[in-house]
Design a protein around this ligand. Structure first.
Ligand code: GUN
Length: 296
């Protein structure tokens, strides 16, 4: 059997299109334009690429993009003052502080200074608590994108055995909460899990989010399972730098029923979901109906 390849690039384009349509209706019907503020501290090259991409896609969806680029030596007080201004600004519906922050800044403190209603990353402790208790929250973008792809492929996920490999606050833990919310039986596995292969082989849905290149081989994949590969790892192969996931694609594709490739799988969904979250935050702020199919 060869798996269906889940095309995240096409899916993300569809989500961005839905967001853009909804934004156009908000503008025409209510005179409201959603606004996303992105804060970048320092000059990390990867972060600069992400931030540029976020700004471009925000504008393409018809929303306002506000970029705040601060020097690497910006003090915590200055950063907190900026967040305070963005919290109070009614034109800003979403705030994203690009991580990682320079070492002298306490990222927990900074993230928790964002108004939870504008926390489009879903990293604020209030949103983490709301998600964990099944209440309406802002949901982290990458796991939200994975959930959308799984729902699209399967319809209902109820009763499925899901294994999430990775326990990060950004992906693993919220992913597990979302799968539980959709009535999966969820296992969170990680680098210290005993017989990780045996645990993975139980999964109808296997989500890999460990950040280790190709660590999950095809013989850890139950025949017919759906594999969501969140990993984005740069490695050297045959003298070239290539992007690979946390799953060994060539062997996993032979066992799985469906699989996301790297690149072109989960990656493009993250920014699409950031736009969706900004739209959701804007609708909530204005007491308007939320977009259907773009939230958890
Ligand atoms: N850095 C890498 N990924 C992310 C993300 O999803 N959100 C933020 N704020 N920073 C990141």
């Amino acid at each position: 059997m060869t798996a269906k390849i889940i095309d995240g690039k096409a899916f993300a384009a569809r989500v961005r299109g839905q967001v853009a349509e909804h934004v156009a209706r908000l503008k025409a019907g209510h005179g409201i334009t959603p606004g996303l503020a992105v804060v970048l501290v320092g000059e990390d090259p990867a972060s600069q690429v992400y931030v540029r991409s976020k700004g471009k896609q925000t504008v393409e969806a018809g929303m306002n993009s506000y970029e705040h680029k601060l020097d690497a030596d910006t003090s915590e007080a200055e950063l907190l003052a900026l967040i305070g201004r963005l919290n109070a600004d009614p034109a800003v519906h979403g705030i994203l502080v690009q991580l990682p922050l320079p070492k002298h800044l306490d990222s927990d403190l900074v993230i928790n200074a964002i108004d939870p209603a504008k926390d489009v990353d879903g990293f604020h402790i209030s949103n983490v608590g709301l998600l964990g208790t099944g209440q309406k929250s802002m949901v982290p973008c990458t796991p939200l994108g994975c959930l959308m792809m799984l729902r699209d492929h399967h319809g209902s996920l109820a009763g499925m055995d899901a294994v999430v490999v990775g326990r990060s606050n950004i992906v693993g833990k919220p992913m597990a909460q979302l799968l539980l919310g959709d009535s999966c039986t969820v296992t969170i596995a990680h680098s210290r899990t005993k017989d990780l292969g045996e645990v993975c082989r139980r999964a109808d849905i296997l989500v890999a989010a460990v950040g280790r290149p190709e660590m999950i081989p095809g013989d850890w994949v139950k025949p017919g399972a759906t594999v969501i590969d969140v990993g984005i790892n740069r490695i050297e192969r045959d003298g070239k730098t290539v992007l690979v996931g946390d799953v060994d694609f060539d062997s996993a594709v032979k066992a799985a029923g469906a699989i996301t490739p790297v690149p072109g799988g989960v990656g493009p969904m993250t920014i699409a979901c950031l736009l969706a979250n900004t739209l959701t935050a804007c609708c909530r702020a204005n007491g308007l109906m939320e977009p259907e199919g773009l939230t958890a």
